[in-house]
Ligand binder design. Structure first.
Ligand SMILES: CC(C)(COP(=O)(O)OP(=O)(O)OC[C@H]1O[C@@H](n2cnc3c(N)ncnc32)[C@H](O)[C@@H]1OP(=O)(O)O)[C@@H](O)C(=O)NCCC(=O)NCCS
Length: 135
């Protein structure tokens, strides 16, 4: 498996991959949004490929105070092979190098599958409530 960073032109492939993984396309996932995100986080948009096929993704955003994880996803046929763990470990390594002291992520409250994954990787559930507004 090879881990590489996002390149201009990956957008369609990524969106198709995310939909196949059961990940919803969110505001910021269009080509312009992905490019903007890549410009701010050039080393933190990770794609995992095997024989040219996309098998995993993890997007990281470092805002100078916290690191945020988005769209951590692994192809349905490739789960429980350690790809998710490898992608997150690589993201943590890169975030640490940038000086990031803490990583956050949002999981939907019915995504118990993902919760088990995050807990296995040492992430703990916080007593916070998320607020959001689309602009
Ligand atoms: C969550 C997800 C990224 C995990 O990817 P993965 O490559 O299958 O995970 P890994 O194989 O690296 O698993 C690492 C560890 O997490 C735990 N784990 C992962 N999935 C689990 C599950 N469904 N149930 C229980 N434990 C699980 C296990 O401890 C596993 O280690 P093990 O296989 O040695 O027991 C993948 O299931 C996925 O893409 N889900 C859909 C998208 C999603 O919900 N993303 C997260 C959004 S917050």
């Amino acid at each position: 498996m090879e881990i590489r960073t996002y390149r201009d032109g990956d957008g369609d492939r990524l969106r198709t991959f995310w939909l196949a993984c059961g990940v919803k396309i969110r505001p910021g996932d269009d080509d312009a949004g992905l490019l903007r995100f890549a410009a701010r986080n050039p080393e933190l948009m990770l794609l995992a490929e095997e024989d040219g096929h996309l098998v995993g993704s993890a997007l990281g955003g470092w805002d100078g105070r916290r690191g945020w994880l988005y769209h951590v996803a692994v192809h349905r046929d490739e789960r429980r092979r350690g790809i998710g763990r490898t992608l997150v470990a690589e993201m943590e390594r890169r975030m640490r190098e940038l000086g990031c002291p803490k990583l956050n992520l949002i999981a939907w409250d019915d995504n118990t599958y993902a919760m088990r994954f995050w807990e296995a990787l040492g992430y703990r559930r916080e007593k916070t409530v998320e607020y959001a507004k689309e602009l």
